[in-house]
Design a protein around this ligand. Structure first.
Ligand code: ADP
Ligand code: MG
Length: 711
């Protein structure tokens, strides 16, 4: 209850910033060409019903409005201050706004952290926080809202009206997309420029837009997130569909990576994982962001996999079929009764299977009857309607018939997307359809992609609502003691033995291992564990033990153990003369199994992140791995197992028995809990390899590595 209250009051504060009833424009100007002139002009242009107070010490009147010397002179409450004065004056302005009780600052001014002046930015936020004022920006274009008739930005006009709202870290992109909305007639209700995100960030915008009745899809342009976990959390809780594009997936993770996992964890994979866990549909390019926003803002989610395609042309039908398969929605033949019904509305040589091809003879009546029959059939989960312009038909007639059929079918819970391939008349018909709330595109692939997005939305939403079995924060004293001891010895990495202790403390099944400091001790340990054993060098200076001749497997008796002890030590000395040697690890020789790798990195945006893949060439050469931000739920862990290219091997390829999937799911979950719990300590880690056995026979971690964070 109380947390709900906090949520509400937070949204009220955001209301003041993003839907202000009164605005002070600080730095308003009478000089055309100046930002303060343009801003005021824009704010007055669209019929905003709130109050606007221009602030400028040197003018009495600007664009017909009375000007105040300071915000403190305004005889009224002010929700938000739009600030365009130079960066060096912003702190003082924030101070005055704080005193005045202004609730939010929309700081358009640039010249802060984006040019290395983080100090100015921090100062601004510090002052604002002192008064409880929230800050949007700095370095932004501003905010635009069709439903509030407010353009508080320097973009020249409000976007073409629509139902999605856009939040963008790039200001230039907002201005450009704003213009593009008219060309495409794909509109937005709001465009929020978020700039440097010194205070309010994307997570705040998600929460606020989720509660906005005029926003039916949240569209995000993301360059980089600081608090990725909060972002995932906000997105998970949102009920409004979210589509995001992440720019800059190549440069990230360039920082020196000490482990295998580190070198594999590029931004593309980690963001993809985070979007997945957050229930966010991804767009891979700007066109995709427009197209998917349109679909998600207008249509219900697609609740099953049965996509139906209706066409009047074989060619576009085939293209759509290909696209469906590529996008994870392969077509299936329609049930016999539906086929029989459709056959009544097409010539002899048409096809009713799926795609249903009405042929070029199709007029509006056939389309009408078929659309109605398809949408009212239980088997169908979503419909793509294709139309190629013909000399026998008028595109607008077809569009109207389609719209009427969709309405008359009463199937409001099934998504529909349309593509008309043709010229100007088709284009007009598409725009008309969009006005009627039906996503309509100029090529078949896009219509299929629209449904793929709606299907993906339904799929990932069903996953994010599940409760995680462990909320985190369960600590293991044993693990912490082991880490503290290594740190006390001045080390930045754990030995395999220590890493296994930590792993074991979190329930990971590790091969039993004993440290031996002498030949006799090694023989004793081997006897206790039981031959055959494996022996390995234990040295904080040798991370890749095999490279140093530091691993001997299949040691059968006491004599062999003595010899292995000597060889391993001499190999290690030859490899690295000054290596500190703790001794030799004697361990249970695990039966050979399918080799997998599990590991972790501390992602700069999302924190502890788990990686999973098959071992050997799959990870070394093919980089066939998948990621999830910790903690990982059982369903997400299961999905990881199916996401890698080598998934069929786990499922039991070529007559082999399937591997123990349950044990792997448990491994991933426990591993994610471990790295989350040890977030402050562990920089990177891996278990490479883990041997996985047949279903029911579990798995064994035979090698372990933990690299500590620098203190
Ligand atoms: P490193 O990766 O540092 O070279 P590992 O501990 O991974 O050393 O050992 C190298 C290889 O030896 C492993 O990939 C595995 O095939 C095998 N191996 C290591 N430990 C065991 C064990 N306890 N049981 C069976 N095989 C093992
Ligand atoms: Mg290894």
């Amino acid at each position: 209850m109380s947390s709900h209250g906090t949520h509400d009051s937070k949204l009220r504060v955001l209301d003041a910033v993003l839907r202000p009833r009164s605005i002070a424009l600080i730095g308003a100007s009478n000089t055309p060409g100046k930002l303060g002139f343009k801003l005021l002009k824009n704010m007055l242009a669209d019929g905003y019903t709130g109050k606007i107070y221009p602030i400028n010490p040197n003018d009495a009147e600007i664009q017909g409005l009375k000007v105040y010397k300071s915000v403190l002179d305004v005889p009224d409450e002010i929700d938000a201050a739009v600030i365009v004065v130079p960066a060096k004056l912003c702190t003082q302005v924030a101070e005055e706004c704080g005193k005045k009780g202004v609730k939010g600052l929309i700081v358009i001014t640039s010249g802060f952290s984006e040019i290395g002046r983080k100090d100015l930015e921090d100062e601004l936020v510090r002052v604002a926080r002192r008064y409880g004022t929230r800050v949007l920006g700095p370095n932004i274009v501003g905010i635009m809202s069709n439903s509030d008739k407010l353009n508080a930005s320097f973009a020249p006009f409000l976007p073409y009206p629509g139902k999605p709202s856009l939040v963008s870290q790039s200001g230039a992109l907002i201005v450009a997309m704003d213009a593009a909305t008219y060309l495409r007639r794909v509109g937005f209700d709001k465009m929020i420029s978020i700039g440097n995100m010194a205070d309010l960030d994307i997570a705040d915008c998600i929460e606020w837009l989720d509660a906005d009745p005029n926003t039916t899809c949240i569209s995000l342009y993301i360059e980089g997130l600081r608090n990725g976990r909060r972002f995932v959390d906000a997105a998970r809780r949102a009920r409004t569909p979210i589509v995001a594009i992440k720019a800059g997936v190549s440069a990230h993770g360039a920082a020196a990576a000490a482990s295998h996992t580190g070198s594999l964890a590029g931004a593309a994979k980690v963001y993809e994982a985070a979007f997945n866990q957050a229930g966010i549909v991804q767009a891979t390019d700007l066109n995709g962001l427009f197209d998917r926003s349109l679909a998600l803002s207008l249509q219900p989610p697609m609740r099953g996999d049965n996509l139906f395609i209706l066409t009047n042309g074989g060619g576009v039908g085939v293209l759509a079929t290909d696209a469906a398969e590529r996008l994870g929605l392969p077509l299936h033949f329609a049930p016999a009764d539906l086929q029989a019904e459709l056959r009544k509305h097409m010539p002899e040589y048409g096809s009713a299977k799926n795609p249903a091809d009405l042929t070029g003879m199709a007029g509006k009546d056939w389309y009408y009857d078929c659309v109605k029959a398809i949408l009212t059939h239980d088997w169908v989960d979503g419909l793509v309607i294709l139309y190629c312009e013909t000399s026998l038909t008028v595109p607008m007639d077809i569009a109207q018939a389609l719209h009427k059929a969709i309405q008359d079918s009463g199937a409001t819970d099934k998504p529909v997307a349309i593509a008309f391939v043709g010229g100007e008349q088709s284009s007009e018909a598409l725009h008309w359809l969009m006005e009627k709330g039906i996503p309509a595109y100029e090529v078949p692939d896009k219509a299929v992609d629209a449904l793929a997005a709606l299907r993906e939305h339904a799929r990932i939403r069903s996953l994010v609502t599940e409760i995680l079995p462990f909320p985190g924060g369960r600590s293991s004293d044993l693990a912490r003691e082991t880490i503290a001891a290594a740190r006390a010895g001045g080390r930045g990495a754990l030995t395999e033995i220590e890493a296994k202790e930590v792993f074991a403390a979190y329930g990971l099944p590790v091969a039993r291992t004993v440290l031996a400091k002498s030949e006799e001790a090694a023989v004793r340990a081997a006897g206790e564990i039981g031959f055959p054993v494996v022996m390995k060098i234990v040295s904080p200076d040798i991370l890749h033990k095999s490279d140093a001749g530091g691993v001997k497997v299949g040691i059968k008796d006491a004599e062999a153990a003595q010899e292995a002890f000597r060889t391993i030590l001499s190999n290690a000395k030859a490899y690295k003369a000054d290596a500190a040697i703790h001794g030799v690890a004697v361990q249970e020789m695990a039966p050979f199994g399918t080799e997998v790798i599990i590991g972790s990195v501390d992602d700069p945006s999302f924190g502890p992140t788990v990686m999973f893949g098959l071992g050997g060439i799959f990870v070394e050469v093919l980089k066939d791995v998948t990621f999830r931000v910790a903690p990982v739920s059982s369903t997400q862990a299961e999905r990881m197992l199916t996401e890698i290219q080598a998934a069929p091997i786990l499922a039991g390829a070529r007559g082999e028995a399937p591997r123990d999937k349950d044990a792997l799911v448990q491994l991933i979950m426990n591993y994610s809990r471990m790295i989350l719990d040890l977030e402050s300590e562990v920089a990177e880690s891996d278990a490479n390899p883990v041997f996985v056995y047949e279903k029911g026979k579990g798995l064994k971690v035979v090698d372990a590595r933990i690299i500590l964070k620098k203190t």
